[in-house]
Design a protein around this ligand. Structure first.
Ligand code: CTP
Length: 407
């Protein structure tokens, strides 16, 4: 459970949308206020069918904001000021309809307008029927919102008011309080503030001709997660990404490239930096003299592709010099003798740390969600348990922060 002392004095703008779970939001207001949080509430028209404005008003001891077109509301507290005077916006319950309106950038009532006009962090607690939650539209809306940095708590599995069972139940009030406390705790833990980081991620595509290319199966999951984790700890991150199917992580500057040479140029343009993490699966070779016209079958032999070596981005960034980042981290994907090969790779590339993993078929690492890694530093090896790539990223970002704290 997050440390609740961090909540005292914080200001939450609570948006209550129209779902049966709205009754739990009354409890949420009480729990937050007990912890010294100032809660101001926006109630949607549908929300007011589930809880009365009077209850919300009594619990917040403030006006309940309901109407975008109310002259009194707008003159006393315009929709811009509502978000400006909050540290965090919490949407609970977040209905399928409101999530869709948020994803679509609609501003058709006070709640949606406040959520569109805000530059403050937003936490949503979805609550809806299991089928509505699992619907492709809702899942796509939620994924889009999360890629834009919207935080989420729940929904939980359970029996719902409609007597169906599955995910869709709003998180319990105390879980939402914990998520809010967790957000403020993370916000105050920014040991990498003021540090600049470059992260490479994904595969590269090396053209054969204008329509064909050589590529590899890297998903970019690990690199993108590292970029996000460094940004969460306060670093100013430039993510240089090859073609992936992932959304740009929130809070990072993302440069999209295709080839290894473009990746190197983008990394060099992002210097100076304190940290470089090379997680990309850079193609070792490119086609020498790729054709600028589509190769045609002309009945003869298939074309012979001559390959030439690509620049090594990790080795280039590791080269001693004024612009060398203080900490350069490489990856070593191996299929046997992981520690021996990776240790040798660390020396050969000249980087400070190597994150080594076993990508043998059957480990599920390549393209999968979990990773089992060893962190190889000058002073030894640390083997981490198998964990989700997000968790590997968080732990690596903490290790990076520890490195700079120790300096
Ligand atoms: N890397 C890079 N630029 C390249 C090739 C690799 O920046 N052109 C980086 C990767 O991002 C990763 C590390 O180097 O951090 C992995 O190197 P890898 O290609 O696996 O090692 P190699 O030196 O090619 O050794 P081998 O292929 O023999 O395993």
């Amino acid at each position: 459970m997050a440390d609740h002392a961090i909540l005292a004095g914080k200001r939450v703008l609570l948006v209550i949308a129209g779902g049966i779970a709205a009754y739990k939001s009354l409890e949420l207001i009480r729990r937050l206020r007990e912890r010294g949080v100032t809660v101001r509430a926006v109630l949607t028209e549908a929300g007011a069918r589930f809880v009365t404005p009077l209850s919300v008003q009594a619990l917040t001891e403030d006006t309940v904001y309901r109407d975008l077109w109310s002259l009194t509301d707008e003159s006393e507290m315009g929709h811009i000021r509502l978000s400006r005077e909050a540290d965090l916006l919490v949407v609970a319950p977040a209905t399928a309809n409101l999530l869709a309106r948020m994803a679509g950038g609609m501003a058709d009532d006070l709640a949606a307008t406040v959520l569109l006009a805000t530059d403050k962090p937003v936490l949503v607690a979805p609550a809806m029927n299991v089928r509505m939650w699992q619907h492709a539209a809702t899942q796509a809306n939620m994924a889009l919102l999360e890629s834009r940095g919207v935080l989420r708590v729940g929904p939980n599995d359970g029996v719902m008011a409609c007597n169906e069972y599955g995910p869709g139940r709003m998180a319990e009030p105390m879980e939402i309080v914990d998520a809010i406390a967790g957000f403020f705790a993370a916000e105050s833990h920014r040991p990498l503030a003021g540090r600049r980081a470059i992260v490479t991620s994904g595969p590269t595509h090396e053209p054969i001709d204008p329509v064909r290319y050589i590529a590899n199966r890297s998903s970019g999951k690990q690199g993108h997660a590292i970029a996000a984790a460094l940004a969460t700890l306060g670093a100013e991150v430039t993510l240089v990404s090859g073609p992936t199917r992932l959304p740009d992580p929130a809070g990072c500057k993302v440069v999209h490239i295709e080839t290894a040479r473009e990746m190197l140029a983008a990394c060099e343009a992002a210097l100076p930096a304190d940290i470089a993490v090379c997680a990309a699966a850079v193609a070792d070779w490119r086609v020498d003299g790729a054709s600028d016209r589509k190769l045609k079958k002309d009945g003869g032999d298939p074309p012979a592709l001559a390959l030439t070596e690509n620049p090594d981005i990790l080795a280039t960034l590791s080269r001693p010099g004024e612009r060398r980042p203080a900490l350069v981290v490489g990856f070593a994907a191996e299929t046997g003798d992981v520690l021996a090969y990776a240790t040798a790779k660390r020396a050969r590339k000249g980087c400070d740390w190597i994150v080594a993993n076993d990508v043998s078929p059957g480990t599920g690492t390549f393209g999968g969600s979990d990773n089992t890694v060893h962190l190889i530093r000058a002073d030894g090896v640390e083997s981490w348990p198998t964990m989700p790539k997000d968790a590997v990223a968080t732990r690596l970002a903490e290790a990076v922060a520890g490195y700079f704290e120790g300096k």
